[in-house]
Design a protein around this ligand. Sequence first.
Ligand code: ZN
Length: 159
Amino acid sequence: MNDSLYQEIILEHNRKPRNFREMPDADRMVEGRNPTCGDSLTLWVRLADDRVVDVSFKGQGCAISKASASLMTSAVKGKTRAEAEDLFGRFHRLVTGTLPEAEQQSLGSLRALGGVSRFPLRVKCASLAWHALHSALASEAHEVSTEDVGGELSSGEGA
Ligand code: ZN
């Protein structure tokens, strides 16, 4: 654990978010909202042969939500749908404080968000882009709100 390094990654991704653009030829577009904090984003995904060939986002929100979306898009680009869902599973356990240290290595830069497990409200900020991705991969749904899955999101509260 190196909190200052992780902090630096978050600040850098917030300042210069990766894949921060609209995607006119996207296959899926999902709106994500986190009313608790006021974060909102639009996520675009282009799929080919069950693989995420391109993913981008635009939106407004706190540093955590923006950095997380930036890190997420960087992490899942090129991955199959199953690989992306698997990554979401591990990421969700990371931010809710239930992912063993040994398994955290596999998350790379995404580990920078691990600190939010100490702040339940921030878990929603860090998860917003991932829930939007999950929705985009699962269906053609157009809107996702962290309020709809609040129980699941706060499951790590007591950890
Ligand atoms: Zn936020």
